[in-house]
Write a protein that binds this ligand. Structure first.
Ligand code: DAS
Length: 359
């Protein structure tokens, strides 16, 4: 009797085990749906030879060529592509930004899209990333990717950058982290990332505040996240905008004059960011010109050409008295983007400063 019972129990266990194995074999894990939006850049570039890493043509290959160039993408996600633009990113415009932002929000509103990768030139990738960080209305991952070598070059970096970015965009760990830049196995946050070298593969860094994490062996590893508002917590919305306020940057140096500020004012700037020396210090000619501009209702933000550290309010200028704002830790090109979006909602200096403390 006992023997028969043990035999029956073993048969039941064997049956359950084989069902589990069979079930697992029949239903592979569902791959995420990742949309690739292409804008141009070196990642789509073409050089004369395999040793051409400068002097190539950016923005040549279409999005489908980028996808077909990395067949491994099919193993990690269901990918499809759209061509938003085909430009070298030094030529990025407000119109491309608005088209891209509207399409990103439209796609992410669909349950069929789990994440988005934007392929982009490296020269202004940090700006597009921060702009999207402030206007994307979803917690789903948005990853911006580029390359420092064209796909025609030996040891080109674009393919692995794209592979990692698609994995990151399809990963649950990346949800709610804000817009990211994923290159050279590093994950950077949109607010702090900046291009630190003209040519090296590891050019994208957040010099003092560091990476959010790494990509390794096909997996995202996070160690930090942004402390500032972004995406679903952002008050900015461009879905109904057809253009953006003109904001310019004046770059300070020894013996600087007021000419550039006066020219921006004459050209109709709604805001001016000063890439000041040191802690956002203003040379007298520039300060006089900015005071005149502010009196005409132009918003003024003091940033720093140093690229790192806090620009202290009321430090090197009496912002309270002059009705200026301090950029906190945003470098001039990032401060320009935040001021541009702030001006879609307010021109009040106190409100603008609040925005720079929060984003
Ligand atoms: N000119 C550069 C750009 O498109 C090429 C690149 O590095 O992507 O930003």
């Amino acid at each position: 009797m006992k023997k028969r019972y043990v035999t029956l129990l073993s048969l039941v266990c064997l049956l359950m085990f084989s069902m589990q194995v069979g079930f697992a074999a029949e239903t592979p894990a569902k791959l995420p749906n990742v949309k690739i939006l292409a804008t141009g850049g070196t990642i789509a570039g073409s050089g004369a030879s395999s040793t051409t890493t400068v002097g190539y043509t950016a923005a040549v290959f279409p999005v489908d060529a980028l996808i077909n160039g990395v067949p491994e993408l099919k193993q990690v996600a269901n990918v499809s592509g759209e061509q938003i633009s085909q430009i070298a990113s030094e030529n990025m415009t407000n119109q491309v930004w608005l088209k891209l932002a509207k399409r990103v929000n439209e796609l992410l509103a669909s349950d069929d899209v789990d994440g988005i990768v934007v392929t982009h030139g490296t020269d202004t990738i940090e700006e597009t990333a921060y702009f999207l960080n402030l206007v994307v209305k979803s917690n789903k991952p948005v990853v911006i990717v580029g390359a420092m070598r064209p796909p025609t070059a030996m040891s080109a970096d674009g393919a692995m950058n794209l592979y990692n970015s698609v994995i990151l965009a399809g990963s649950k760990e990346a949800r709610g982290k804000g817009v990211m830049v994923c290159m050279n196995d590093a994950i950077n946050g949109a607010r702090e990332v900046t291009k630190t070298n003209t040519a090296l593969l590891d050019t994208f860094r957040a010099p003092e505040l560091g990476y959010l994490g790494y990509m390794q062996a096909g997996k995202a590893h996070f160690y930090k996240e942004s402390t500032r508002k972004h995406t679903t917590k952002s008050e900015f919305d461009v879905r109904n905008l057809t253009d953006l306020p003109q904001v310019d940057i004046v770059y300070e140096h020894a013996n600087v004059s007021r000419v550039a500020v006066d020219a921006f004012v004459a050209a109709g700037a709604k805001g001016i960011v000063c890439a000041g020396v040191g802690d956002g210090s203003l040379a007298n000619p520039v300060k006089d010109a900015l005071v005149d501009a502010q009196k005409q209702g132009i918003a003024i933000v003091r940033s720093s050409r140093t690229g790192n550290g806090i620009v202290a309010r009321n430090g090197e200028a009496n912002d309270d008295a002059l009705h200026f704002s301090a950029s906190d830790t945003l470098n001039p090109q990032k401060a320009r983007i935040l001021l541009m979006l702030a001006l879609t909602k307010t021109n009040d200096p106190a409100e603008i400063q609040r925005i720079f403390w929060e984003y």
